[in-house]
Design a protein around this ligand. Structure first.
Ligand code: SPV
Ligand code: MG
Length: 670
């Protein structure tokens, strides 16, 4: 699309203002002339090719345009008869530059709000600006509309007409019809009438729709009185505030271009999403909140940077009452649709507007984001993230993974509810599920090398932190090696349970004999592990089996205190009761004694408790310890049975199986 700006005229009615420069160069605000404002807006909307007809003081005008240093390609077309002809002839002179293209046609003395230009540029059909609410001007253009189309435009139509502002968006086909007629007119010597006289001859063959701006700001400057009015209106425009929010930690040209668009609408206020919000719906931000704020503060033209504490804009809209909220149009259909609806509703309470720009996925950014994700999977980065997340969110969730594919499910599953995104923060490499996947009982039979192999499979294809179920931790002499290996691999936490001898799964309870370790032995094991680890990030968590083994609350609490004193970085309390009472009681007593040390729960039995409830009571890690195993394997059993029953695969395939395409899509391609 090209812009055609008509700037040949003398501007006689402007008095001394146009003595030494064409009218379009008249200053209308501290920063802008009529023309510089128009050009900045066009360039912001991506219209870089400008055909400008010139006449009066053409060289001054050309020099002025270049001096603005905008990223535009100008084609200046001089109408040497500018004093005796009208702009119909200027367009005729420029006809060769105006072939085979959509056109934004605007008079050089027109000042308008940016949002109007944006909307008309984005409109699919040809349009002319009109105002159905403005007074019919005596001397200026009016239009007659017939069947929803522009039928006539001229200064003479006083009856049944609407006020017009000479700003057109013309699709190539409509423009060709009009331009051909302009050429005919001029070649027949009709050079002093309006270009609209030619349009009126052919309007019925065109499809130009009225674009009603009602009372929004758009005005021509014909004389000093107009000029004063426009200057006052521009001050108001420039004082409008624009709110836009960002979650990104990589600022690229797409963001800058969006901020520049915001600048055209007024003073820019940027809402930066807090780390917690970013981590909950995207990935853990590589650049922390305070630094992201500083990045935006240092972008030219950004007036203020504030924190946005949730994906919802409501709090900040009500606090800052922006005239505009800006966003890419992708959220019309993605998970943020309800956030968008809330924005529109909140803005409507005081007359604010939502302005959306076409969303452009920046390929380089996608690439960069991928690199950042990969980097965040390095052992150093991954290991430290669990502690950071616990500090950031207060409580995190983990789900069991026992293979590469279950790791990918833990990594990529996201659910969107009411404008919020939910995903697991970490993965639990369970002894029960790791053993089960290998067809073995959960009795520390699967040796550490094999357990490490499982971790490796998961590490290779994911980025989220890993919590390792270390069973009893084995012999203290062996445990120290396990700690070092896990730490080196990038695992964030090991949980060891205070049992000894042949360990069996806790969910058996006292049905089978299980021995709890002595406090002293277990404390020594913890202390040895703590001594062996090399980083502050890696956490050794002590799991208390007193409630499982029915040793009583007091035993559990005593052990918790001792284990913390021995250096445990967290306490896991386990129970196999469906009612959460004993868990709640433990949490309460423990929290009365220690408000800081992270608490971990595995609510396999007491599964009616919500995450919110756990958080409220002071739990920091909730582990869904076996759900992918418990759901996956029964589905496999059913499938196997169905094939045997039907002696073919069709039924099983229809009833239980994902399509091959779906399964392939679970695996991201590098
Ligand atoms: C596991 O997942 O292996 C656990 C948790 O240790 S539980 O099965 O509840 O004991
Ligand atoms: Mg286990």
């Amino acid at each position: 699309m090209k812009a055609l700006i008509l700037n040949s005229g003398l501007g006689k009615r402007m008095g001394s203002l146009t003595e030494s420069a064409p009218k379009c160069m008249t200053q209308i605000s501290e920063n802008d002339s009529i023309l510089s404002r128009q050009l900045k807006m066009l360039s912001t909307l991506g219209i870089k090719d400008v055909v400008m007809t010139t006449g009066y003081r053409n060289k001054d005008l050309e020099e002025y345009c270049e001096s603005l240093q905008l990223p535009m390609n100008y084609q200046f077309v001089y109408n040497e008869d500018y004093e005796t002809t009208n702009y119909i002839y200027s367009i005729y002179c420029a006809r060769n530059e105006l072939q085979n293209t959509d056109i934004m046609l605007l008079h050089g003395d027109l000042v308008f709000e940016f949002a109007i230009l944006k909307e008309i540029v984005e409109a699919e059909e040809s349009h002319l600006l009109i105002s159905s609410t403005a007074e019919i001007p005596e001397k200026d253009f009016k239009a007659i509309i017939k069947n929803g189309k522009i039928d006539k435009v001229g200064i003479e139509f006083m009856n049944q007409s609407v006020a017009v502002q000479p700003l057109y968006k013309l699709n190539q086909e409509d423009w060709k019809i009009w331009l051909d007629e302009i050429v005919k007119y001029c070649e027949n010597g009709k050079r002093t009438c309006y270009a609209e006289n030619a349009l009126n001859e052919v309007a019925s063959y065109c499809n130009i729709k009225p674009f009603d701006i009602y009372n929004r700001f758009c005005a021509e400057i014909d004389n000093v009185h107009d000029w004063e009015k426009v200057k006052a209106a521009v001050v108001l425009e420039e004082e409008k505030s624009v709110y836009i929010s960002f979650s990104t930690d990589i600022i690229h040209s797409g963001h800058i271009s969006l901020i520049n668009k915001c600048k055209m609408l007024g003073r820019v206020v940027i809402g930066v999403l807090t780390d917690e919000v970013v981590a909950s719906y995207k990935r853990f931000p590589m650049v922390p909140f305070a630094e992201r704020v500083a990045l935006f503060q240092n972008i030219k033209g950004v007036d203020a940077v504030v924190a946005q504490k949730s994906l919802s804009y409501k709090e900040n809209i009500l606090k800052y009452r922006p005239d505009y909220v800006v966003h890419g149009d992708d959220w019309k259909t993605n998970f943020q649709k309800s956030v968008r609806d809330e924005v529109i509703e909140t803005l409507s309470t005081y007359g604010g507007k939502l302005v959306e720009f076409p969303y452009e996925a920046d390929k380089r950014y996608v690439e960069l984001d991928k690199r950042v994700r990969m980097e965040s999977a390095t052992p150093e980065m991954r290991r430290g993230r669990l502690k950071k997340m616990i500090n950031l969110k207060g409580m995190i969730t983990a789900i069991e993974a026992h293979s590469g594919i279950t790791g990918l499910i833990a990594e990529n599953t996201v659910v969107y509810q009411e404008g919020k995104a939910y995903q697991f923060d970490a993965m639990w490499v369970s002894s029960l599920c790791d053993s089960t996947a290998k067809g073995k009982p959960d009795i520390e039979l699967v040796d550490m090398s094999s357990r490490f192999r499982t971790i490796d499979d998961i590490l290779e294809v994911t980025t989220k932190p890993i919590i390792f179920d270390g069973d009893t931790g084995g012999l203290t002499e062996h445990f120290v090696y396990t700690v070092r290996t896990l730490e080196r691999m990038g695992v964030s936490m090991i949980i060891i349970e205070d049992k000894t001898g042949l360990k069996k799964n806790s969910l058996f309870g006292t049905e089978i004999e299980q021995t709890q370790d002595s406090i002293e032995n277990f404390c020594n094991k913890i202390a040895a592990g703590k001594k062996a680890k090399k980083t502050k990030d890696f956490m050794i968590v002590a799991r208390i089996e007193s409630l499982i083994l029915e040793k009583g609350m007091q035993d559990a609490i005593t052990r918790a205190m001792k284990y913390v004193e021995a250096g445990a970085d967290g306490i896991m309390i386990h129970s196999r009761k469906e009612e959460p009472d004993e868990i709640f009681e433990f949490i309460e007593q423990f929290r009365n004694w220690d408000s800081q040390t992270p608490l971990v729960v595995v609510p396999t039995s007491f599964n009616s408790v919500t995450e919110e409830e756990f958080k409220k009571r002071g739990v920091n890690v909730v582990i869904y310890a076996n759900h992918l195993t418990r759901s996956g394997f029964p589905a496999m059993q059913n499938t196997a049975k169905r094939i045997l029953e039907c002696h073919r695969g069709k039924e099983a395939s229809n009833e239980y199986c994902m399509s091959i395409k779906e399964i392939i899509n679970l695996i991201p391609e590098e």
